[in-house]
Design a protein around this ligand. Structure first.
Ligand code: AMP
Length: 542
């Protein structure tokens, strides 16, 4: 067979040649901007020569600090197709982390949405390698600094000559993009995606037993483009020829619901928090065309998925993965042998993380002994992953050698049980497990049960020290607005659902569960807050 590189230029040229008439819509600060793939492709060609004009090195890192927009998609292609590396900076990170990441990646230029300048500009003097800041004017009423390093995106594009001919990336293992993972401790770790991994992973978004992106779809990635390449949806859409709607800066549930309705979106994707927020609005919007809601990044509560199924007939398509896995590693799709099951059992299955997608291998390993565990849906262990879009190391080999096994598998830090069909059911993360009297308590399972209570908006369970059992669970609960709830009611709700020794020793009511920069529950923050927590009536831990 021919040895042709699996590289993003193919994805670009395919979109340009076959799907030029397809629309790209972006919701901006001052209204919607609609363009076509043909116009987008011409701008990608201009942008490639802009990178030359700005003197970005042949394999230089091109930083982006932006919302989900069609112009961000221009960077998604121009950087890797011209041999550079797209580096999507996470706009929600703390300043210190952003400074660390931009310096560690040695970004040479940062493209920034005008609305985000107030977050970025105070840091620029600490960025050691960035020579240019290119402002993408999204209509925000924010002053643009008068500084020789600052350029206007549209002015640069207008002055540029479009790159002519075919983009070529001869070696498919060349770096195409990179993302840093937040990391619960220490500095963020860089994950570098190759052209090969990006193309193969994009194909996975097209498989029928998955998101099944097709030319007929209108896709709205709500998951940020700075979070593991928006789960591969943008590259998948370009490969498939789907229309794309970009939500831009306004990510309120109202705005997301309006866009889904107005543009007759068929496929969308985002973390559970987004869909929790939109739940009360479902009755007011006609979302009939919507067929798939890809959801992951955190466990998708069964109750959330069921609420969507009951309201609009579309449960969540639950997927699991990590920045290190590009990110899609498993998807929870029902199989033919589930056809006869009752709806409640099907809902249980959808709450699982699901089977590995093609080309991904998983194994279950006892974190203590390193022994491979059986797939009996009872025995739990750490999930280890291998495959062509699973990281083999972190950028510059820094930040977590221990996370890779000697035989080249990724230690995910996620603890799961797996059934005999290979369907993964996450029970916790290694760092989040509660070990009570030598036995594991799955905080994620407890949270899901608590969040199934009709008065509960959110809940997180963390370990608190206990004199006898070493660790015990503390439930941190957010009550829905206008509702009242007592600790006794929470415990009474749990009693028939979990083993007695799993019941939390205490329930704390909080205003909201603190979130990480990508919208996940920040257990670390909660653990810090409740570090020395003392359960009334219990012997203090010394
Ligand atoms: P990140 O690299 O920030 O995407 O985080 C990856 C981690 O998020 C995984 O290792 C899991 O702990 C968690 N995660 C991602 N998807 C899911 C899911 N569907 N269910 C439960 N946890 C998830």
């Amino acid at each position: 067979m021919q040895d042709r590189p699996l590289a993003l230029p193919h994805v670009f040229h395919r979109a340009e040649q076959y799907f030029g008439h397809k629309p790209l819509v972006t919701a901006e600060v001052d209204g919607e901007r609609t363009t076509t793939i043909a116009e987008w492709a011409e701008r990608v060609r201009r942008l490639a020569t802009v990178l030359d004009t700005l003197d970005v090195s042949a394999d230089g890192r091109v930083g982006t600090f932006g919302w989900n927009t069609a112009r961000h998609l221009e960077l998604y292609m121009a950087a890797p197709c011209s041999g550079r590396v797209l580096h999507t900076l996470n706009i929600r990170l703390f300043p210190e982390q952003l400074v660390y990441i931009a310096n560690h990646a040695e970004d040479e230029v940062v493209f920034v949405d005008r609305s985000l300048l107030p977050l970025l500009w105070p840091l620029v003097d600490r960025f050691e390698t960035v020579r240019h800041y290119v402002v993408i004017d999204d209509g925000a009423d924010v002053p643009v600094p008068d500084d020789p390093r600052v350029h206007d995106y549209e002015a640069l594009l207008a002055a540029a000559t479009p790159f002519a001919g075919d983009f070529v990336v001869a070696d498919e293992n060349t770096a195409a993009a990179m993302c840093y993972t937040s990391g619960t401790t220490g500095n963020p770790k860089g994950v570098v995606y190759s052209h090969r991994s990006a193309v193969l992973h994009a194909l996975i978004t097209l498989i029928a037993d998955g998101a099944a992106l097709s030319e007929h779809d209108v896709v709205m990635p709500v998951v940020p483009m700075f979070h593991a390449n928006a789960w591969g949806l943008p590259y998948g859409c370009l490969l498939a020829g789907s229309s794309i709607v970009f939500p831009g800066p306004n990510m309120t549930p109202q705005a997301v619901a309006r866009l889904l309705e107005r543009h007759r979106v068929t496929v969308t994707g985002g973390v559970p928090t987004i869909w929790m927020g939109m739940l009360p609005l479902l009755a007011d919007h006609d979302l009939t065309p919507l067929r798939t809601i890809l959801c992951g990044g955190s466990a998708v509560p069964r109750a959330l998925s069921e609420s969507y199924r009951e309201a609009i007939g579309v449960p969540m398509l639950h997927a699991w993965g990590m920045t290190e896995t590009s990110p899609i590693a498993t998807m929870s799709v029902l199989r033919s042998h589930h056809a006869e099951l009752a709806e409640a059992e099907r809902a249980d299955l959808r709450a699982r993380q699901g089977q590995p997608v093609p080309l991904v291998d998983l194994r279950l390993v006892d974190p203590g002994t390193g022994e491979i565990q059986p797939w009996d849906d009872v025995t739990s262990g750490e999930i280890q992953a291998a495959g062509p879009w699973i990281a083999a190391e972190y950028y510059r080999g820094e930040g977590g050698g221990a996370q890779f096994t000697e035989d080249g598998w990724l230690r995910t830090g996620d603890v799961a049980a797996v059934d005999r069909y290979g369907s993964v059911r996450l029970v916790d993360r290694t760092k989040d497990l509660i070990k009570s009297g030598g036995e594991w308590i799955g905080s994620v399972e407890l949270e899901n049960e608590i969040m199934a209570h009709p008065k509960v908006a959110e809940a997180a369970v963390i370990a608190i020290p206990h004199e006898k059992w070493v660790e015990r669970p503390l439930a941190c609960v957010v009550v829905k607005p206008g509702e009242t709830l007592t600790a006794e009611e929470v415990i009474a709700h749990l009693e028939p659902r979990v083993a007695k020794w799993w019941l939390p020793d205490a329930v704390e009511f909080i205003d909201e569960v603190p979130k990480t920069s990508v919208g996940k529950f920040s257990k670390k923050t909660l653990r810090e807050k409740f570090g020395g927590y003392q359960v009334p009536g219990q012997t203090p831990v010394t």
